[in-house]
Design a protein around this ligand. Structure first.
Ligand code: ZN
Length: 203
């Protein structure tokens, strides 16, 4: 199982990190070992002093596909979720400066929170889903999939031109504005269309 993550998919988040608006989706991979086991707390790793949360809508792939056309993309997934792409921002900034790959900053153990899954049939329109992240009960990130630069079907199609998608693979569709630092004893919870999808304690 692989986690395929999209960077810079919301204009306001690109601005807050002073990044360039990409001409194509920014894609990176997290290994399956980065998934935080269910019910487990997140431990801030020793190699970082700046772990950021990034709440993201997730899409679970249900069958093998390569070179998927956009018009058929919806047949390759039927579950939507919510999760966190934890990022060691200090480490990522150093790697970016040097033009090096981001994996250490994005793919470390526990760096992927995967919440529960909901059938896409439960939603009227997957291109109009609101979601948010609460930190200690206060909303810190809020987004809507209608604001994605590349929508879910475009992403499924795009990534499948590079990587064969397999059953169980998960696409992290990018984070909206409002990313920020976590510290020990924080409590994060993710809401998708009024429903709590995950919660995680920071240690
Ligand atoms: Zn992200």
């Amino acid at each position: 199982m692989k986690l395929i993550c999209i960077g810079r998919n919301y204009a306001a988040h690109i601005e807050e990190l002073a990044n360039e608006r990409p001409e194509e989706p920014v894609v990176f991979i997290k290994p399956d070992s980065s998934v935080l086991p269910k019910e487990q707390d997140f431990y801030i790793p020793e190699f970082s002093n700046e772990i950021h949360y990034e709440v993201e809508v997730l899409v679970k792939i249900k069958k093998v596909g390569k070179h998927i056309e956009k018009r058929f993309a919806h047949t390759y997934y039927d579950e939507i979720g919510l999760g966190i792409d934890f990022t060691a921002r200090d480490l990522q900034s150093k790697l970016k400066e040097k033009g090096l790959p981001w994996e250490k900053a994005k793919g470390f153990d526990g760096a992927a929170v995967v919440g529960k899954w909901v059938s896409k049939e439960k939603f009227k329109n997957t291109n109009d889903l609101k979601f948010s992240l609460l930190k200690n009960g206060e909303e810190v990130q809020m987004g809507n999939t209608s604001l994605m630069l590349w929508k879910i079907d475009e992403l499924v199609s795009y990534v499948s031109t590079y990587f064969t998608l397999k059953k169980g693979d998960i696409i992290f569709t990018g984070t909206p504005a409002g990313v920020g630092k976590i510290q020990a004893n924080d409590y994060l919870s993710g809401i998708l269309e009024e429903q709590e999808m995950f919660s995680v304690k920071i240690k």
